[in-house]
Design a protein around this ligand. Structure first.
Ligand SMILES: [Zn+2]
Ligand SMILES: [Zn+2]
Length: 278
């Protein structure tokens, strides 16, 4: 990392600096919040649809942030909810974080996923349903939003965000129910400052990004040299045939494309061998 880089812009309006700042301070980078409207890149509540992948969105945010502050380094994160990568029947939260350096013209990404414990969205037909919602256990740290959906067109209107108590939730739902015939839905507020679960996963991704940035490329000296993929083929300890377990760790540089391979030591347990354990 070039020693003159000491400031990075963080594009957020949802308090992510409390996650990024301490981690980046460890590698000598001072994080400054760029007060840009990150909602323009898409919202969880659905008022603005996200264009492009989470990686593209994170990078766009980071670039908008660094431009706003006139810096050459930008940081951002982007979350998405969907089937968990290793347990697809459970809802997972995946958080992508990015470090963009416009002077050296490259970006470094990291990612973290976790099974989400956020209360799921629920359709409300009667005001009494509010009492059975799991939100009552997670208020006020995890907040809720109330959405109405037009039954024919499915178009959504967000009535209230950031609800942190049962009385407000009940009042908002009562108003929504009175305005028939819309479907009334209570959903988690997934903005980072109102979702402790997401903050944890963002924290893991940020720690990984900082860890990656600690290592510089042996070729071009850019920060962020680290594992990019593995190559299977670790040999079975019983018969010696290659298995699907990783035999090589491939390390790479996001700037110059240099890749190096590190062979894994040891042998594969025969449980993973197609011949010994078909
Ligand atoms: Zn074998
Ligand atoms: Zn390099």
């Amino acid at each position: 990392m070039s020693p003159e880089i000491t400031r990075a812009a963080l594009a957020t309006k949802h308090g992510k600096e409390s996650i990024f700042s301490p981690a980046f301070a460890d590698i000598g980078i001072v994080v400054t919040v760029a007060e840009i409207d990150t909602d323009q890149f898409g919202t969880f509540a659905g008022e603005v649809e996200r264009q492009g992948s989470p990686r593209e969105t994170a990078e766009r945010k980071a670039r908008a942030g660094l431009e706003a502050l006139g810096l050459s380094v930008g940081l951002a994160s982007e979350g998405s909810f969907g089937p968990h990568p290793s347990t697809p029947f459970l809802l997972g939260d995946t958080e992508v974080v990015v470090y963009v350096d416009t002077e050296l013209d490259y970006s470094v990404f990291e990612v973290a996923s976790s099974i989400s414990a956020v209360p799921p969205a629920k359709v409300i037909v009667d005001i009494a349903d509010v009492d059975s919602l799991k939100f009552t256990n997670v208020f006020p740290e995890q907040r809720a939003i109330v959405v109405t959906e037009e039954p024919q067109t499915k178009s959504r209107t967000v009535l209230a965000k950031g609800i942190d108590n049962v009385d407000e939730l009940r009042n908002t739902v009562a108003q929504a129910l009175a305005a028939q015939p819309h479907t009334v839905i209570v959903e988690p507020d997934l903005r980072a400052h109102h979702c402790p679960d997401r903050r944890k996963v963002i924290g893991t991704a940020v720690d990984r990004l900082v860890q990656r940035l600690r290592v510089s490329c042996p070729e071009c000296n850019a920060a962020g040299f680290g594992p990019v993929r593995t190559t299977p083929g670790l040999r079975c300890g019983l018969c010696g045939l290659p298995t699907s377990l990783p035999a090589l760790d491939v390390m790479g540089c996001a700037r110059c494309g240099l890749e190096t391979e590190i062979a894994r030591s040891g042998e594969a347990d025969p449980t993973f061998c197609d011949r010994c354990n078909p």
